[in-house]
Design a protein around this ligand. Structure first.
Ligand code: 3IX
Length: 225
């Protein structure tokens, strides 16, 4: 096993946190993340005068000093609590503690379907007034991957093929996915992202359970044996 695979595996952690403790953390950190996400948007769009910008910067620096007093060296990883509840809170698309995430709160069915209604603000702009194509890929990767995982056939994205059919606006959007077929360790998933005028991006993904995870269940992925 290479060092990088071993390091990756160590970030899948059983931390035995109780459901109550997880709920406490979600209540504490969820609003912090939401506030930082809004800060990103406000910092992008503010038109106040220079002294107000400098004063705001001081406040933000002070908040960072507070939070840095005790800090995880990162990244967050994926953690499972005592009841098996999963926390992928660092995830760039869906993480509860990641202000970069839109966030996507994906609904899944165990038969391998997933869907999400979400909102992309000005921070996700690519072409003027439109969603960045890489952000559409992020969303579809996540939703297709979640469909595979929901059916018990999770995997790393091996191949993601996208067809951008019409420009994707910012604002209220929808994405959905379903498993097309499972071929051994490969799960093939299709889906799309749509806006108010219809489908904007179509996707097909091949999700592959990596060698190191084969024959293990999610409760054992952090066991390097
Ligand atoms: C229960 C355990 C949980 C384990 C957790 C592991 C993964 C779960 C991860 C996320 C799931 C959760 C939620 C979903 C959320 C988000 C989705 C976003 C996910 C990502 O953001 S993820 C980051 C981007 N992703 C990468 O960073 C991948 C880098 N890469 C690799 O890690 C390897 O490259 C890998 C694993 C892809 C394959 O490596 P490998 O050694 O396991 O593969 P191997 O050679 O055994 O091939 C087996 C069969 O796959 C075919 N095959 C091989 N490579 C292929 C490819 N690229 N495309 C199409 N088919 C391919 C072969 O042709 C053969 O096919 P056949 O059986 O038909 O011959």
């Amino acid at each position: 096993m290479t060092d990088s695979i071993a390091r990756q595996q160590l970030l899948y952690v059983q931390d035995q946190a109780s459901d109550d403790e997880i709920a406490r953390q979600a209540e504490l950190y969820g609003p912090l993340t939401d506030s930082v996400r809004e800060l990103i948007e406000v910092a992008l769009l503010t038109e106040v005068d220079d002294p107000e910008v400098r004063a705001a910067l001081e406040h933000i620096e002070s908040a960072k000093r507070l939070l840095r007093q005790r800090i995880n060296p990162g990244p967050y990883g994926v953690r499972w609590g005592a009841s098996g509840q999963k926390r992928a809170w660092g995830n760039a698309a869906a993480g509860l503690r990641n202000a970069v995430a839109p966030p996507l709160i994906v609904e899944c069915d165990p038969d391998g379907r997933a869907r999400v209604d979400f909102h992309l603000g000005s921070a996700y702009e690519g072409p003027a007034g439109l969603t960045h194509g890489g952000v559409s890929a992020l969303v579809l990767d996540q939703v297709l991957g979640a469909a595979a995982e929901a059916a018990g056939a999770p995997g790393m994205t091996g191949t993601l093929t996208l067809r951008y059919r019409r420009p994707t606006p910012l604002g209220a959007l929808h994405a959905e996915a379903r498993i097309d077929r499972v071929e051994g360790v490969k799960t093939i998933v299709t889906g799309h992202l749509s806006g108010p005028d219809g489908v904007c991006v179509e996707a097909e993904g091949v999700f592959i359970l990596p060698r190191w995870a084969r024959g293990k269940d999610s409760a054992a992925v952090s066991d390097p044996a």
